[in-house]
Design a protein around this ligand. Structure first.
Ligand code: SF4
Ligand code: FES
Length: 282
């Protein structure tokens, strides 16, 4: 396959960025998206051009490091799939792809496609934990947990903290992330004691993306979540993100309609060059 790439290049956060065009030639359909960029980077290095900086670690959909907006959709349009698990067979020969970093003020660009997601770490620090006494591990059977509860907690724990939900939300809300991190412990007996304080600490955290404004985006975070976390809300009995979102929409007079499919239009109408944090960014 041969593809044309429009890639966001930005030397550092304080400088202007720009979409630059590259050819990706002889791409195997079996390559992952990140392997395709590796090949492009090899070609750039051979020509003495600075390679494209992007994040990755596990490359198997676990760590949440890979973070690319592909044709306007965080992680691309393949449902429940992290960028590293997206394969080139999902694209067509001759296609032009636009690759951008997560676009949210809470995730400032470090370089090219790399963003600083330490805001998520600070949210976890605020309440994404349970307190345990140090010492030897407790006997596993001392607190019995039903399979349904364990499964629900595990579903919530499937959130890999990638940030796609924030990047996709027009308000850059981290509602889905916070809800996953609150409920993965709150449904377990070990999480009961601190659950109210932890949840309040997380939602009270002073980050611009932590408001409950996901509503205004009609919960598009659910569309891009790497783990398709909707199941958590339907099975846990916890307040549902979509229903909270819908209530907020109704309060603001915004019609609550079924979600349209991702449009992949983040670059539509944008100038090819723009400042690091243009006003249109969240
Ligand atoms: S909720 Fe989904 S999209 Fe958001 S950080 Fe977790 S895995 Fe990523
Ligand atoms: S590189 Fe770890 S989830 Fe993609």
């Amino acid at each position: 396959m041969n593809l044309k790439l429009k890639v966001w290049r930005q030397a550092k956060g304080s400088e202007k960025g720009c979409l630059e065009e590259y050819d990706a030639k002889d791409v195997s359909p079996d390559m992952s998206f990140l392997e395709m960029i590796d090949v492009v980077n090899q070609g750039l290095v051979a020509k003495g051009v600075e390679p494209i900086a992007f994040d990755s670690d596990c490359r198997e959909g676990i760590c949440g490091m890979c973070s690319l907006v592909i044709d306007g959709v965080a992680h691309g349009s393949e449902k429940g799939t992290a960028t590293c698990q997206l394969h080139m067979r999902k694209f067509k020969d001759g296609q032009t792809l636009t690759i951008e970093p997560w676009r949210a003020k809470a995730f400032p660009v470090v370089k090219d496609l790399v963003v600083d997601r330490s805001a998520f770490d600070r949210v976890i620090q605020a309440g994404g934990y349970v307190s345990v006494n140090t010492g030897s591990a407790a006997e596993a059977n001392s607190i019995l947990i039903g399979k349904d509860i364990a499964d629900t907690a595990m579903d919530a724990a499937a959130c890999i903290g990638c940030g796609a939900c924030v990047a996709q939300c027009k308000n850059a809300s981290a509602m889905l992330f916070v809800a996953a991190k609150a409920s993965q412990l709150a449904v377990l007996p070990q999480g009961q004691v601190e659950r109210h304080r932890r949840a309040l600490s997380m939602v009270a955290h002073p980050f611009p993306f932590l408001s409950l404004r996901a509503a205004m985006d009609r919960a598009t975070c659910l569309r891009v979540s790497r783990k398709w976390l909707t199941a958590i809300w339907s099975s846990s009995g916890l307040p549902s993100v979509p229903s909270v979102a819908a209530q907020q929409c109704i309060r603001r007079g915004i019609p609550v309609n079924p979600l349209p499919p991702p449009t992949g239009n983040s670059s539509a109408g944008m100038s090819p060059c723009r400042s690091p944090s243009p006003e249109g960014w969240k």
